[in-house]
Design a protein around this ligand. Structure first.
Ligand code: ADP
Ligand code: MG
Length: 227
């Protein structure tokens, strides 16, 4: 069986709309592919979560992937949650599990916890997991607000130091827009060689899935993957 496509959803931080965007993208991709699934292989804060990211992604997947990975109760950085519970997060365990799920799907979306440089252990960060996975596409989600130019530019530079290529930036409209909202995308495209592939407005994942930006992103990915 040939492997499906592996799409990483990374972010500049937490609480910025990574899962919300992922839900919308999974719904948009379901129109083009039969077996589309989203997973969250490292999740913390389950004690406080009313619904886990893993469940949110599963609900909009068209294809069931058996749960795997690391789940922690405390709302801490993964490396701290791992240390406190004496459960080291091992990339050599995660990578084959993710590749196995990828092999079964047409598209496997993997949402990373926190930001691209959030620590997973004392020596490894999310970006090291991305590097080890060799994904087909890595998208960086960032909030469309003041400060995002620094967040995206610094994350992009740092990603280069660990040979992680960012293929697209996704800007999510924050709950409270500011004077920069709506203008950051054009600035990022001037300052970076990475395209802004979607501007995500404030709406439900289902409504966003049929928005022009998400539809265009779905088509863009299908086009890249068909080549
Ligand atoms: N574009 C959006 N429109 C409406 N609500 C959003 C949007 N993006 C995020 N949210 C809401 O903001 C909260 C944080 O978003 P979430 O996707 O969970 O962030 P992350 O995965 O980056 O931690 C959630 O309640 C989510 O539903
Ligand atoms: Mg999330």
């Amino acid at each position: 069986m040939s492997a499906g496509r592996l799409l990483i959803v990374a972010g500049t931080g937490t609480g910025i709309g990574k899962t919300h965007f992922s839900e919308a993208l999974l719904l948009a991709l379901s129109g083009q592919y039969a077996r589309v699934a989203g997973v969250k292989p490292i999740e913390t804060g389950m004690r406080e979560a009313t619904v886990s990211d893993a469940s949110r992604l599963e609900r909009v997947s068209s294809f069931h992937v058996k749960h795997f990975g690391y789940v922690f109760a405390e709302p801490l950085s993964p490396h701290l949650a791992a240390r406190e519970t004496a459960t080291p997060i091992r990339l050599d365990v995660l990578v084959p599990l993710i590749h196995a799920a990828q092999a079964d799907a047409d598209v496997l979306l993997v949402e990373l916890p926190g930001g691209l440089f959030t620590p997973l252990s004392d020596t490894e960060v999310n970006a090291d997991l991305v590097h080890a996975l060799s994904p087909d596409i890595t998208l960086l989600v960032a909030p469309d607000r003041l400060g995002v130019l620094h967040e995206v530019l610094s994350t992009h530079r740092a990603a280069g130091t660990v040979s992680v290529e960012l293929n697209g930036i996704v800007l999510v409209c924050p709950e409270r827009p500011d004077s920069s909202t709506g203008h950051n995308g054009a600035e990022l495209e001037r300052l970076l060689s990475v395209p802004v592939v979607a501007n995500v407005g404030r709406a439900s994942p289902h409504a966003l899935a049929s928005s022009p930006d998400l539809k265009a992103l779905g088509k863009r990915l299908a086009h890249i993957w068909a080549a």
